[in-house]
Design a binder for this molecule. Sequence first.
Ligand SMILES: NC(=O)c1ccc[n+]([C@@H]2O[C@H](COP(=O)([O-])OP(=O)(O)OC[C@H]3O[C@@H](n4cnc5c(N)ncnc54)[C@H](OP(=O)(O)O)[C@@H]3O)[C@@H](O)[C@H]2O)c1
Length: 337
Amino acid sequence: MIRVAILGGSGYTALELIKILLRHPQATIVAVTSRQADSPRVDEVHPSLGKRLDLRLEPLDAGQLRARGVQCVFGCLPHGASMGSLPRLLERGLRVVDLSADYRLRDPNVYAEWYGESHEDLANLAQAVYGLPEVYGDEIAAAQLIANPGCYPQTGILGLAPLVAGKLIDPRTIIIDSKSGVSGAGRTPKLTTHFPECNESVSAYAVGTHRHTPEIEQVLADIAGEPVEVIFTPHLIPMDRGIFSTIYATPRRAMAEAELMDLYRTYYARAPFVRVVDHLPSTKHTLGTNYLDVTVRVVRGRVVVLACEDNLIRGASGVAVQNFNRMFGFDERMGLE
Ligand SMILES: NC(=O)c1ccc[n+]([C@@H]2O[C@H](COP(=O)([O-])OP(=O)(O)OC[C@H]3O[C@@H](n4cnc5c(N)ncnc54)[C@H](OP(=O)(O)O)[C@@H]3O)[C@@H](O)[C@H]2O)c1
């Protein structure tokens, strides 16, 4: 049994992690940390956990966690706060799955450019493994620090991986048009996610400037073995959860739809959480699951990929547990089906 702790316990991804880990046969939750004063019970901040988890939120104390035998920590903190907290855990030998963006971009200059602050933990950045099991599966098992992937990037990367791996599309023609439910912005209230602002409305944001752009490009370039450039446009839509991406690219040679579907099925044959579907996917089909559904069409000679997932499970906490399973030698599916 692996003893685990969760940081940023009052947030949405932490709640989903707790729910998954409570039914995981090889994990036991020892601590859930928070900055909140007076250490409220976890079920006071997450009433859905009543009678399911008998713990109080507690301040983060790396020495305490080590002394209580914690072996793995899930970081559910905002970027910036993560790299401020995780080095104290890593130097004590704990293994970490970080859900924030702090350790995802290999080049600290790219981090500074897109996140507007310099990276404070270059030593651990150098050892972090990007936690996308379908791409970096072998490296994940031995990693001390996993940079869990972003929610939007997973639909873009896994939606395009078979095409860029086979050098089948022009890597400068990719357009990723994505929609996300409001929980993608986390639990902390903001004007743009306030109900009267986002209900009955669809809006684009961060056009050309969204921070997931370099993350998608970095991983696709690894898969392609050549630079990849994407235009990524995210939209906020009035639903609680779910991400849907429609992806367009120009093929390097004419390809039939059946050939592409075969390519996708072969590429993901051993990926338990990627479903290559014949029908057009829908966020209803992936809601509350760790599955990413994907299909591909050819329209007027262009390739159109449609991919969706639950942003809080496959996009965050579910894939974090997939990574945890690989790190500790368990079946990748444990606790997730
Ligand atoms: N939401 C998604 O769909 C999603 C998907 C993929 C990745 N992520 C990433 O996962 C991380 C957590 O996301 P979330 O949606 O769970 O966010 P969230 O709901 O806002 O929760 C984050 C928690 O972190 C704590 N916190 C906030 N600011 C902090 C600070 N400056 N220092 C220390 N702790 C702080 C807060 O807990 P206390 O007030 O109790 O301390 C807060 O509840 C983020 O980095 C996010 O980008 C989110």
